[in-house]
Design a protein around this ligand. Structure first.
Ligand code: NDP
Length: 249
């Protein structure tokens, strides 16, 4: 699906929430989805970055977005319930949820991994997507056909030395995707749930993980959007419980 060609109006009238929408892959997804007609709920840690993406979408003539800043590290269940209530009030439903925000943490042997840092990574990368999904399910059920995407990583599918909490959190994300997809396959087939491994992509996180590499050899976030579009749009109705690679297998 990495060569999927999305129709221009693929996401017309769809309401999609993206975490980590202020930078990197989340920012590209926000702008790409908006270009295909979606109303984007921009969520993230740094309000200024979200405002910049908001302005960029408006400048391109996209549907008016909304901004809901949330720090996934400190947010508790009530914060997510408040977010869900605000979405219900403003939009009445949610058609798409892209769990994109994450932090890298340290790259170090497991036995030397700082426990506080471990907790932070697990909180942002695994606990927050659980809490957010849990609170948003009622508004997601208001959609005719909804799509939930969890963002994984190659180290979330095969463990690799020194990737510590980041790798473990991504395994958790894959597990969450499978459990939820299986539950909804029984209970509510209108909601599809899948994971995407973006693959090496030119962002701040990639630069942090591989400071010595030539960044230009990796695709930009804009260049890996086809799988995301496929999963958010109607062409993927019925596709659920699957692990995708944005750059092909
Ligand atoms: P970036 O570091 O460029 O962007 C991460 C985004 O997450 C930022 O918008 C950041 O907000 C947000 N974020 C981080 N912490 C929090 C928090 N506590 N609360 C709310 N938002 C937060 O990462 P990428 O774009 O590279 O990564 C996007 C996803 O893709 C991640 O899940 C990552 O694990 C995954 N991935 C990326 C790969 C790559 O090569 N780039 C490869 C494999 C997977 P702010 O800017 O305000 O700090």
């Amino acid at each position: 699906m990495y060569s999927y060609q999305a129709p221009a109006d693929l996401l017309h009238d769809r309401v999609i929430l993206i975490t980590g929408a202020g930078a990197g892959i989340g920012r590209a997804a926000a702008k790409t989805f908006a270009r295909h007609g979606a109303t984007i709920i921009l969520s993230g840690r740094t309000t200024k970055k979200l405002e910049d993406v908001y302005d960029e979408i408006e400048a391109e003539g996209g549907p008016k977005p909304a901004i809901f800043p949330v720090n996934l590290e400190g947010a508790v269940a009530k914060d997510y319930d408040d977010l869900a209530n605000a979405i219900r009030e403003e939009f009445g439903r949610l058609d798409g949820l892209l769990h994109n925000a994450a932090i890298l943490g340290h790259r170090t042997p497991l036995e030397h991994y700082d426990p506080d840092s471990w907790t932070r990574v697990m909180q942002v990368n695994a606990m927050a997507p659980f809490l957010l999904t849990r609170s948003l399910m009622p508004v997601i059920r208001e959609s005719e056909d909804a799509s939930i995407i969890f963002t994984s990583s190659s180290v979330g599918r095969k463990g690799k030395a020194y990737w510590g909490a980041y790798a473990v959190s991504k395994f958790a994300v894959e597990g969450m995707m499978q459990v939820l997809a299986d539950e909804l396959d029984d209970a509510d087939k209108r909601i599809r749930v899948n994971s995407v491994n973006p693959g090496a992509t030119r962002t701040a996180m990639r630069a942090l993980a591989y400071p010595a590499e030539d960044a230009t050899k990796n695709p930009t976030p804009e260049e890996i959007m086809n799988v995301y579009l496929y999963l958010m749009g109607k062409d993927s109705i019925g596709v659920t419980g699957q692990a995708f690679n944005a750059q092909g297998d």
